[in-house]
Design a protein around this ligand. Structure first.
Ligand code: BG6
Length: 453
């Protein structure tokens, strides 16, 4: 059963939603660059218009009100506030987020604000390769402090960095080129992002006494493909190396020994300073944000029908599950396992910050009949309810995404929204909004506080 103050919500991120990526003084970002480059190879939507959220603020908040959400997760574009990543503050950028936050609060919607969602200011890449350079930690801290000072009177829930664990495994998300030095640079950037996240937590605790802050981790659940101990070990190791080591740093302010051993063995130990231990200890999270979509099957060696090849393990299809066109398994039971496991390990409040179903969609007579998405939400909410009954302190659910957004990998071909955004890959039309069937389903679900519909 869901508590009465459960944060039923929906989510977006700045580069995937706002568009206007060069308007009102905003600076170019890593996300803008990635989207532009992808569009060169396969004509597809980029971040210049995205869902046109920058121009549809009031209209979208009206829709949120109609939906009845209690919270809305969005991110602040670092380069909208600081076009170069540091230096002069762009007051037009401030105004946009001020207006958005006011509109949310005035309509009784709790803002859940992410500080960094894949969009490091591009200038920081050009000047210093972003987080590879420790100066970037300071600049992030300054940006975070500005957000707390400007918006902290109205925002109670903050998230530091979205999916640092994904960013640090993808060079282009960190703004880096893939050359022979890449592994070492990625580890250094990852290490520095932990410091940046901890410094933001500390600043938030100092400046916004009532607020709660934590990271937002990509948290898929890995199953062993068989009961062969090699596969079981591979699945456990993958959970550790992708998720749990990072959660340990965020929650306990310490690196588990196995990750230091791995960096040592791989010859990529990052540069560290003595003060770092204190920085991490002073910046421990109040809650954990989890982006949970799916489960994946891991086997220890390369054989058969492989989806993805890692160092010593492969991801293979799960014959028991259906999946999206892009291979993301539909597996609500996996969410109960994930929530129980995470809570048992860390004993912190948990918030699901992303969870959603993607498919290609078209508008027919102004409607989208998205039955699979409805079923997906229903079954995941049932699972969450069970996990809460099991004792998990789950405080919120931010469905991904509120409106259709620019997918971080597939443009507008891959839609997640509760609201259809009328645009194609290249033709941006007018981005008119059309609530899908799932919008009305979720609305009822919220009205009944998640009880059996
Ligand atoms: C999460 C990201 O990894 O997954 C989102 O935080 C992203 O930004 C979502 O949109 C889904 O991924 P994709 O590639 O389907 O957009």
């Amino acid at each position: 059963m869901f508590p009465n103050n459960f944060l039923w919500g929906a989510a977006t991120s700045a580069f995937q939603y706002e568009g206007a990526n060069l308007e009102d003084g905003k600076g170019w970002s890593v996300a803008d660059e990635r989207c532009k480059n992808r569009a060169i190879n396969h004509p597809q939507a980029d971040a210049s218009v995205a869902s046109d959220g920058y121009h549809k603020l009031q209209e979208d908040v009206e829709l949120m009100k109609e939906l009845g959400i209690k919270s809305y997760r969005f991110s602040i574009g670092w380069s909208r506030l600081y076009p170069k990543g540091y230096g002069e503050l762009n007051t037009d950028g401030l105004k946009y987020y001020d207006k958005l936050i006011d509109a949310l609060v005035n309509n009784g919607i709790e803002p859940v604000v992410t500080l960094l969602h894949f969009d490091i200011p591009w200038n920081l890449i050009e000047e210093m390769e972003g987080f590879v350079d420790r100066r970037c930690v300071e600049y992030f801290e300054q940006f975070a402090k500005t957000c707390f000072e400007q918006f902290g009177d109205r925002v109670k829930y903050w998230l530091t960095i979205n999916e640092q664990n994904v960013m640090s495994s993808m060079p282009s998300m960190c703004g880096l080129k893939e050359d022979e030095t890449i592994q070492k640079k990625l580890v250094q950037a990852n290490y520095n992002m932990f410091l940046a996240s901890a410094k933001a937590v500390k600043a938030c605790h100092d400046l916004c006494k009532e607020a709660k802050i934590g990271p937002c981790v990509s948290y898929p659940t890995f199953y062993p493909a068989t009961c062969n101990p090699l596969d079981v070990e591979a699945a456990y190791l993958n959970m550790d190396l992708f998720c749990y080591y990072a959660m340990e740093v965020y929650v306990h302010g310490e690196y588990p020994k196995y990750i230091l051993n791995k960096w040592e063995e791989d010859g990529v130990m990052p540069e560290r300073k003595e003060e770092d231990a204190t920085i991490l200890k002073d910046g421990c999270a109040d809650y954990l944000g989890l982006n949970w979509y799916t489960t994946q099957c891991v086997c220890a060696k390369s054989e058969g029908n492989l989806l993805n090849i890692g160092d010593k393990m492969d991801i293979v299809p799960n014959p028991y599950l259906k999946a999206t066109e892009w291979g993301w398994n539909y597996d609500p039971k996996g969410l109960r396992i994930a929530l129980r496991e995470c809570y048992a390990r860390f004993r912190l409040p948990l918030m699901i910050c992303e969870n959603g179903w993607s498919q290609q969609e078209e508008l027919t007579d102004g409607k989208v009949h998205d039955e699979v998405r409805i079923q997906y939400i229903k079954e995941h909410v049932e699972t969450m309810s069970k996990a809460i009954d099991d004792g998990v302190d789950l405080i919120g659910y931010q469905y991904w995404s509120f409106v259709d957004i620019l997918s971080s990998s597939q443009g507008f071909a891959k839609r997640y929204g509760l609201v259809y955004v009328d645009r194609g890959e290249e033709n941006t039309c007018d981005c008119k909004r059309y609530p899908k069937d799932s919008f009305y389903y979720y609305k009822k679900l919220i009205q009944t506080n998640g009880k059996g519909i």
